[in-house]
Design a protein around this ligand. Structure first.
Ligand code: ZN
Length: 82
């Protein structure tokens, strides 16, 4: 009789544990579905270019575009003659 009671309590505890885990999982999944994924849409892609003199990579918006190529600084643009 004692073992039956212990087994019943163990089964009850296990069932409660499983039930609470399932509820947490469902809540997390619902929260994930409700929240739209904006991060990927808001992420901007920065195009990187390499300086023709020193080959340093930099964002295209910061690069100096000369007649002969793309440079990281005015010094390298003058050095390349572009
Ligand atoms: Zn450079």
């Amino acid at each position: 009789m004692k073992y039956l009671l212990v087994t019943a309590i163990a089964v009850l505890v296990f069932w409660l544990w499983r039930h609470s885990r399932k509820a947490e999982k469902n809540a997390a999944e619902n929260a994930r579905k409700a929240r739209p994924r904006r991060a990927s849409k808001e992420t901007k892609v920065t195009q990187m270019v390499a300086c023709d003199v020193c080959h340093v990579h930099l964002p295209r918006s910061e690069a100096l575009i000369g007649s002969k190529g793309i440079y990281c600084s005015d010094e390298h643009r003058r050095q390349a003659g572009g």
